[in-house]
Ligand binder design. Sequence first.
Ligand code: PDD
Length: 287
Amino acid sequence: MTRTVYVNGEYLPETEATVSIFDRSFLMADGVYEVTSVLEGKLIDFDGHLARLERSLNELEMEKPEAFDDLLDIHRKLVELNGIDEGMIYLQVSRGSAGDRDFVFPDPEVVKPTLVLFTQSKPGLADNPVAKKGIKVISIEDIRWGRRDIKTVQLLYPSMGKMAAKKEGCDDAWLVEDGHVTEGTSNNAYIVKDGKIITRNLSSDILHGITRAAVLRFAREAQMEVEERPFTIAEAQDADEAFVTSASTFVMPVVEIDGAKVGAGEPGPVATRLREIYLDESIKSGI
Ligand code: PDD
């Protein structure tokens, strides 16, 4: 089936959807994005993703796309048109195309943002077999820019991190700055020690994960102790458990860090339980 995608007000077959070669996301990485998961045909944490999109746009002084208030309908229509039961919706807003290359932002009265959305069908996303065995990560230095709280499309370094992990037979990389883990290449990072969940505090050093917010809320509601502070790779290797969260992996156990087994080297009870709670609760509140 040809995927139907959305570009600037139109629903088109993916083969007919186009964006200008002068689009600033293409030339300058001048764009922001969101990834929202779909489970049982429903959008998960949609309001959180929309709120973060608005924040990213504000932080970059980028205009909201004209269709901003219709984004829920657009997401739902794409789910329906593409028959998505489990998967993701990718959304990108760029500062548009001024018809040439120029570092200076174009006049927002003249140049309108580009809005693109497409679906990714991922049957078996919730029941992902990888979650039953966990993933292996390596650590690399975090050399990204200083505004990681803005969800921009500057994803070259995260891609390089995933490639470095792949070359070492691992699944992902954790990024380390000043001796402390910031986050994963495309997820937030956690460890569990003596029943306590430890994850880096929010700041411009990390993306404020929508899944993170929900998982920490569920953890606190389940009377689990949470501490928000930076931790080192050595502390993580010595932890009882480790895991990551994101809209595409939910809660994913980490069983090895830089070749050292975490705990028993298999998914632990806290990560396993948080994954169950997150999936149950978010399917219930999906829209
Ligand atoms: N990535 N940190 C980074 C650097 C991320 O790219 C992501 C999400 C997260 C988790 O955020 P959330 O829980 O809101 O998905 C943390 C998405 C899934 C991606 O790039 O595909």
